[in-house]
Design a protein around this ligand. Structure first.
Ligand code: GDP
Length: 298
């Protein structure tokens, strides 16, 4: 009976600990939750993600007089929970090869740089890469991609300024197939001000690709500039309609406090986030690490 009593004492101590946990812990009050929600909206997380995080925090118990650090940690946990399902690196899996990756986005978003960075990343993984200069609208775009191609030693298929992007893509896929290229990365025009033309152009590229390989394009990657804040979200909306986006790369996260836009995008669209751009150099493309990003934002 001594042993039995000893066992009970342990039980009672355990219960005591748990009870004291309850009385010493407390929920955040409405004013605190309002402040947190406002801060999240001001940090570009958007009203939906902010409301969701608020609701989850309202359920949580904190140590009485919880310090800022504990609340930040809880916010970071909730942000990570939203981001984890969309973290998906761009992988080369297409069979037959090549995997055709259309890269879309408005001019200045970092499209060309991102294509170069992706090419470099794939090279590091021992994949044979090719570029197609499908943004024939701007001579500068063709030139810039050409410079990256030379620097990386990546073959590039290009045509004249004003040429037909679909015919360049057609040539590129044929060449990539012949050469056993693993990943063909296609630059496209980003003229959002003429949505009709852009839509027609992308539709034609898709038609031509589809004729060569019914699975192509395998990826339609939208490049977004994080410094555009809420505008970046509008671009998702438009490009989804125009081009059928399959994933995102968010650029310029090095120079901005607007990383919260990643959370807003994840919450609203649930599109895979493949990587983030954190600088202008070739290796400034980072895998999208939801826990790390959550800690940085919170
Ligand atoms: P495009 O017009 O969409 O093809 O954009 P570019 O690739 O030419 O990029 C526009 C500018 O943004 C260039 O000066 C790039 O060096 C710069 N850029 C691209 N990605 C990043 C990034 O992740 N961080 C920073 N700081 N600059 C970037």
């Amino acid at each position: 009976s001594e042993r039995l009593f000893g066992g009970f004492r342990k039980t009672s101590e355990r219960l005591g600990e748990n009870l004291s946990g309850i009385v010493s812990k407390t929920r955040l009050d409405d004013a605190q939750l309002d402040d947190i929600e406002d801060a999240l909206i001001l940090s570009d997380l958007g009203p939906r993600a902010a409301a969701r995080i608020r609701a989850r925090l309202a359920e949580e118990r904190f140590e009485r007089g919880a310090d800022e650090q504990a609340i930040k940690q809880a916010v970071a946990d909730e942000i990570a929970r939203i981001l984890r399902p969309v973290a998906k690196p761009l992988e080369v899996t297409a069979f037959p090869r090549p995997q055709v990756i259309l890269v879309i986005g408005v001019n200045g978003s970092g499209k060309t740089t991102t294509i170069a960075k992706l090419g470099h990343l794939f090279q590091e993984q021992d994949y044979a890469v090719m570029f197609a200069a499908g943004d024939t609208f701007r001579a500068a775009a063709i030139g810039q991609l050409g410079v990256w191609a030379d620097r990386l030693g990546v073959p590039i298929v290009k045509g004249p300024e004003g040429g037909d992007p679909a015919s360049i893509v057609f040539d590129a896929v044929k060449l990539a197939t012949d050469k056993g290229t693993d990943a063909l990365i296609v630059d496209t025009a980003g003229r959002l001000h003429n949505r009709r033309e852009l839509m027609d152009e992308l539709a034609k590229i898709r038609r031509v690709l589809g004729r060569l390989n019914p699975d192509a394009p395998h990826d339609v990657v939208l490049v977004l500039d994080a410094t555009n804040g809420q505008n970046a979200l509008q671009q998702i909306e438009i490009f989804k309609e125009v081009a059928g986006v399959t994933g995102l790369v968010m650029t310029k996260l090095d120079g901005t406090a607007r990383g919260g836009i990643l959370v807003a995008a994840a919450e609203q669209y649930g599109l895979p986030i493949h990587a983030i751009g954190v600088g202008e150099r070739i290796d400034d493309l980072r895998p999208f690490d939801p826990d790390l990003v959550a800690r940085v934002i919170a």
